[in-house]
Design a protein. Structure first.
Length: 364
């Protein structure tokens, strides 16, 4: 039998055990309350957030490296806030990644990051931005934005039109002007973007601008390039009229077009593919803007790059970015299906990479 002293000790030991258990329960409850999402969404939202971040980083977020301070990225939307990207921009990057992986389209979607590509990319070191030029999609305005950011002019309105494309005076260095190591650092860390539009509509714009209107008076297009295309691709040699769209399409769709491209030099940038200009499967671009949605994309790009408080994209005239299906169909109405198919075969990579539909008149 237990003595009164032994019973007393047993009761004390039992009470101590209950006290320890009670304190443990209180502590556990406190920890749970402290880390629980106050709105009750934490457990449901976390997997979605992690998935979104993983998708974007898998495509376009460079591996974290410890570079010197002058090469640290500054873009607001890409410094821990990737999950705030609008869905449309995430979908564009996801589509790009998937098409780049399509082995059947490899020859149409991949290109070497050559000097030709690096010459197309303009640099803003002050704000750590790279912009790849894709002519006929409003690039003049983006160049004005970068010229202001680089400090050559204090506002877009002050920039003379003849200065924008004068690369000796506009203060826009090309990526090709840097050493290999400096190029690599900028490609890894800077905010990178370019703009696309429907590939066939862009070709129409290039044809009209360079061979019909030629507003900046660049005589070599009419007097050197046009005759070269006509000699090679015009069916009726007795015609004496200037370059026709049919001639232009035949040249672009010819699998052996490169022998003329070499003669034309850098002037071909107005009609070569986006793949050849910007190497989107080799360079991890942060954003791909679309000309058709530029009213929304331009402010987003400025904000994503962290410069929206410094400069604005110039006002876009009403309707200028709307895809003109009637115009495209009219220009291609007199072109043979064979020539259109050959043209599409060359630009198929651009159509697929950026989500543009194959033209209806090609399917009929």
């Amino acid at each position: 039998w237990l003595t009164p002293d032994n019973m007393h000790h047993q009761w004390l030991l039992l009470a101590a055990c209950f006290w320890v258990i009670f304190m443990f329960m209180v502590a556990s409850k406190f920890i749970t309350l402290t880390f629980k999402d106050p709105d009750g969404y934490g457990a449901k939202q976390e997997p979605l957030i992690l998935t979104a971040v993983t998708k974007v980083e898998d495509v376009h977020a460079p591996e974290e490296k410890h570079w010197p301070e002058e090469f640290q990225p500054t873009g607001k939307a890409f410094s821990g806030n990737l999950i705030r990207q609008p869905l449309v921009h995430m979908e564009r990057l996801e589509l790009l990644r998937n098409v780049c992986r399509d082995t059947a389209l490899r020859d149409l979607s991949h290109t070497a990051v050559s000097k030709f590509v690096l010459d197309r990319i303009f640099v803003c070191d002050k704000h750590k931005i790279l912009f790849c030029q894709t002519p006929k999609v409003g690039n003049t305005q983006w160049k004005k934005v970068l010229i202001v950011l680089n400090g050559a002019f204090s506002s877009i309105e002050e920039i003379p039109e003849n200065i924008v494309h004068d690369h000796e005076k506009n203060g826009l260095p090309r990526l090709s002007s840097f050493s290999d190591s400096e190029i690599k650092k900028r490609l890894n860390l800077y905010f990178k973007f370019f703009i696309v539009r429907d590939p066939f509509e862009r070709l129409i714009s290039a044809f009209k601008d360079k061979f019909v209107h030629n507003p900046r008076f660049e005589p070599w297009y009419r007097h050197e390039i046009a005759p070269g295309i006509i000699r090679k691709y015009r069916k009726n040699r007795t015609e004496t009229k200037g370059l026709q769209f049919e001639d232009f399409v035949r040249y672009l769709g010819d699998p052996n077009h490169r022998w003329l491209d070499v003669q034309f030099g850098d002037h071909i940038i107005h009609w070569v593919t986006y793949v050849e200009l910007c190497a989107p499967c080799e360079i991890a671009y942060s954003v791909i803007g679309h000309h058709e949605t530029l009213e929304d994309d331009a402010p987003y790009i400025l904000k994503a790059a962290g410069i929206d408080h410094l400069v604005s994209y110039p006002t876009i005239p009403p309707g200028i970015t709307v895809y003109n299906k009637t115009k495209v169909e009219r220009y291609f109405s007199g072109i043979s299906k064979r020539d259109i198919r050959r043209l599409y075969a060359r630009f198929e990579g651009d159509f697929k990479l950026f989500g543009y539909q194959e033209p209806d008149f090609l399917l009929n």
